[in-house]
Design a protein around this ligand. Structure first.
Ligand code: ADE
Length: 221
């Protein structure tokens, strides 16, 4: 699963015998990647879209979910082009602190949604094999594109997160409730500062092939 067309286009083009259908308003394409049956969905941007697309994949029988695409790096260690594999995810825009909850925490739910360790290991190995520098840590998700060093620093300090994006935490919450293992691998497109608005679209040109290479490594196992 990827959020934007740029993030899934190369995978879709590589599918043999592709069949697309609309499930819960999402275009899901089934087909074979190097002989292995997969389901591909472009969720659209944001948390609600990611949750719906995760349900659509589960309804079609997905046994594990991989979210790929781009993220903003919010730790100094992360450089554009690096890979981030989530250990767990938080939704940084959840705020029920007025009722005594911690930032990111809903009333009766944990603030952090875990990624599947085995799937995450596979994703990290695939990115390493591609020659990428791989970071493993917490990813913070919100319905906000972060393009301010102040906001980036606030999220990093509040949640001990290393990257921001707009879907993974919602997909992880949904996958957890459905009992489907999920892994999230993101390529650092920008560092969530003022330049992010130009760095992000520029990186879109590279992400399709990177995502395809990761998926190829996964199905080759
Ligand atoms: N995805 C890639 N870069 C991002 C950023 N700076 N904020 C939110 N999502 C992103």
């Amino acid at each position: 699963m990827g959020a934007m067309e740029e993030e899934v286009t190369a995978i879709r083009a590589a599918l043999a015998r592709p069949v697309s259908k609309t499930v819960l308003g999402c275009q899901v394409t089934s087909g074979q990647l190097d002989g292995i049956e997969i389901l591909l969905v472009r969720s659209g941007v944001g948390k609600v879209n990611a949750a719906i697309a995760t349900v659509a994949l589960a309804q079609m029988g997905a046994t594990r979910v991989v979210f790929t695409g781009m993220a903003g790096g919010i730790s100094d260690a992360l450089k554009p082009g690096d890979a981030v594999v989530a250990t767990d995810l938080v939704q940084h825009d959840i705020d029920v602190t007025a009722m005594g909850r911690k930032p990111g925490e809903l009333l009766d739910e944990p603030p952090f949604w875990p990624a599947d360790p085995a799937l995450s290991d596979e994703l990290a190995a695939a990115a390493t094999a591609l020659g990428a520098t791989v970071h493993r840590g917490r990813i913070a998700t919100g319905d906000q594109f972060i393009a301010s060093p102040g906001k980036a620093q606030h999220i990093s300090q509040q949640f001990a997160a290393i990257a921001v994006e707009m879907e993974g935490g919602a997909a992880a919450q949904t996958a957890m409730k459905l009992g489907v293992p999920i892994g999230v691998l993101r390529w650092v497109s920008d560092t969530a500062n003022e330049q992010a608005v130009t760095d992000f679209p520029a990186f879109c040109h590279y992400v399709a092939e990177l995502d395809l290479a990761i998926l190829r490594a996964l199905v080759a196992k």
